[in-house]
Write a protein that binds this ligand. Structure first.
Ligand code: CUA
Length: 177
């Protein structure tokens, strides 16, 4: 079919445009690749680590198949000589305990680990946000300033029930004595 006489674009010009577009898309693909790589290397996640109110992240190793012989055997809040400690186990697709009552205004040291795959642990209303890895204990100290409810969500895709993986902190006003 002959080209319409008014087009003014001959075959050579079209070829030129074509290679310009092909070149541009190649550049974009390379830029995208470099960008993703750079964000992984620079570690976007470590920026979000720890946090909370003056949290001091600590960590330790643990055998995820033997949580039963550790403090994670009975997850929950315990009072020790050094203060309040809260043990939480993440597993597809729940956190244990499912609901935790904590006092406001008291520092609480959280220890979180996973019994299976990588999960996320993000506490709404705080900057607490960490990756929870099996075999690893993530520890942070937080002080909830206000009473109320805070949600804890898994923000790391961990399987079919990921979006249901949620728990709550019920922060209670300290009891008057
Ligand atoms: Cu656990 Cu997503």
């Amino acid at each position: 079919m002959p080209a319409p006489p008014s087009s003014g674009l001959d075959h050579r010009t079209l070829e030129k445009y074509e290679s310009i577009w092909a070149g541009l898309s190649l550049v974009l693909v390379v830029l995208l690749f470099v960008g993703v790589l750079a964000s992984m290397i620079s570690g976007t996640f470590p920026l979000l680590r720890g946090g909370g109110h003056g949290a001091a992240p600590a960590s330790g190793r643990i055998d995820p198949t033997k949580l039963g012989v550790t403090a994670f055997a009975h997850p929950g809040l315990v009072r020790t000589d050094s203060g309040l400690e809260l043990y939480i186990v993440a597993r597809a697709f729940t956190f244990t305990p499912a609901v935790v009552r904590v006092p406001a205004g008291t520092p609480i040291t959280l220890h979180v680990t996973s019994a299976d795959v990588v999960h996320g642990f993000q506490v709404t209303g705080t900057t607490l946000n960490d990756e929870i890895l099996p075999g690893h204990v993530s520890s942070f100290t937080v002080t909830f300033r206000q009473s109320g409810e805070q949600h804890v969500i898994c923000n790391e895709y961990c399987g079919a029930g990921h979006q249901d993986m949620i728990t709550r902190f019920i922060v209670e006003a300290p009891k008057k004595e």
